[in-house]
Design a protein around this ligand. Structure first.
Ligand code: NIG
Ligand code: FE
Length: 387
């Protein structure tokens, strides 16, 4: 069944050839979806279709592409958040609390939590979701996490190297060998990506390299949790190994910025984490001006940021990370698609997946201009209504 969305006041296509500026903006536009895809985009009325949706002059954008989330978990850590807001700092070790709860949960509990969060995301306009493992940390538990992630999310990442589980004590080397060997073999068939938390208190550069290289051998592409809590080697390792993305990028040296700017590795910024951990925000302007590609994502997880809202990330990025509203919207859609090496999402041109967010506002600028206000009128994923 085809759907015509007509009377669009402002259409963000992310196709510079189709409309104005980097967002490829069209005014007074229409869009046709058929068999899950965009089949027509242009100004004016557009061709006939089986069903007609009148956008009433509202703004329309590609569905958000959330390229970084940890959704396979049980329990929550509100107390840890409250303690942080009273002055405690965020530590990688908090992850172990969620590991214990996740290991004890049934498959069905984990599955329904992932469904709940992906549904929550869809209702807010997110139509592509990446989901990591990383709260199981045994061969069987990590295999179960990537299997469940793949049932529900669009993109699956194996993050066995999230933190060293308590039962390994200080023997990080032995755990790294497990992740790179038996665990990688068990999980790689369910995943497209391999990720490592390269940080003090988690994995150092040599350990991260061992895991990422094993992932590459198993057919996965790297992405790296890098430079979140302090300066370190994560970003440069990500670039060296051709990672699709270096995520967090909160503490960057000049060398890190240059490495990102001269590479295909996307700098994925996660402002919800800095908000929820009271850390300084990453400097998006510096990265953009150096020529790096910037994506925005939520990092939705029970520890460092329990928000699934891409609109919130856009508002913070504009207010506190020196991004323009246009840059932030691009980074939350096309930027996320680049971080996932996808060319079928994050844009609204002919052939793209029919992932459409109809905003209850006349312009995408309202996402930053009216922070915290629900502004979703409708959401379509692959041509079907999901919100
Ligand atoms: O991206 N940094 C590592 N992992 C997550 C946090 C996970 C947790 O605290 O449970 C992150 O911030
Ligand atoms: Fe993360």
């Amino acid at each position: 069944m085809s759907t015509l969305i007509r009377n669009i006041g402002e259409l963000v296509t992310n196709e510079p050839g189709v409309g104005e500026g980097p967002l490829g903006l069209l005014r007074d536009a229409s869009l046709v979806l058929d068999e899950g895809r965009v089949v027509w985009v242009g100004t004016g009325e557009g061709p006939e279709a089986d069903e007609v949706v009148d956008a009433g002059g509202r703004a329309v954008l590609p569905g958000y592409v959330d390229s970084h989330a940890h959704l396979v978990f049980a329990g929550e850590r509100a107390e840890e958040f409250a303690a942080r807001m009273s002055g405690q700092s965020y530590r990688a070790g908090g992850i172990r609390t969620t590991v214990a709860k996740t290991r004890a949960a049934s498959d069905e509990e984990l599955r329904s939590n992932v469904r709940r969060l992906v549904g929550e995301m869809a209702r807010q306009g997110t139509t592509t979701v990446e989901c990591k493992s990383g709260y199981g940390l045994t061969v069987e538990q990590e295999r179960r996490a990537v299997r469940i992630a793949g049932e529900i999310a669009d993109e699956v990442t194996f993050l066995g190297a999230h933190v060293v589980p308590a039962e390994y004590g200080d023997d990080t080397g032995r755990y790294v060998r497990l992740v790179s060997g038996e665990m990688m073999a068990a999980c790689a068939p369910y995943a497209r990506w391999v990720d490592v938390f390269c940080e003090e208190g988690a994995f150092d550069a040599d350990q991260a390299r061992e895991v990422l290289e094993a992932g590459i051998k198993a057919g996965l592409t790297p992405r790296v949790h890098a430079n979140q809590l302090t300066y370190g080697p994560g970003v440069r390792l990500a670039v060296e190994l051709g990672a699709a993305a270096a995520d967090h990028c909160t503490f960057l040296s000049e060398e890190d910025v240059d490495a990102l700017a001269g590479s295909e590795t996307v700098a994925t910024l996660l402002p919800g984490v800095e908000f929820s951990t009271r850390q300084p925000y990453p400097d998006a302007r510096r990265l953009i001006e150096a020529g790096a590609t910037v994506a925005l994502a939520t990092d939705c997880n029970p520890g460092s940021c329990y928000s699934s809202s891409m609109a919130f990330c856009i508002a913070v990025a504009v207010r506190d990370m020196r991004m323009t509203p246009a840059e932030a919207v691009w980074s939350a859609t096309a930027g996320g698609a680049k971080a996932l090496r996808r060319d079928d999402v994050g844009r609204l041109g002919a052939g793209a997946r029919g992932d459409v967010l109809v905003l209850d506002a006349p312009s995408y600028v309202h996402l930053a201009y009216r922070p915290g206000v629900p502004q979703v009128a409708a959401v379509f994923k692959a041509g079907g209504r999901v919100g």
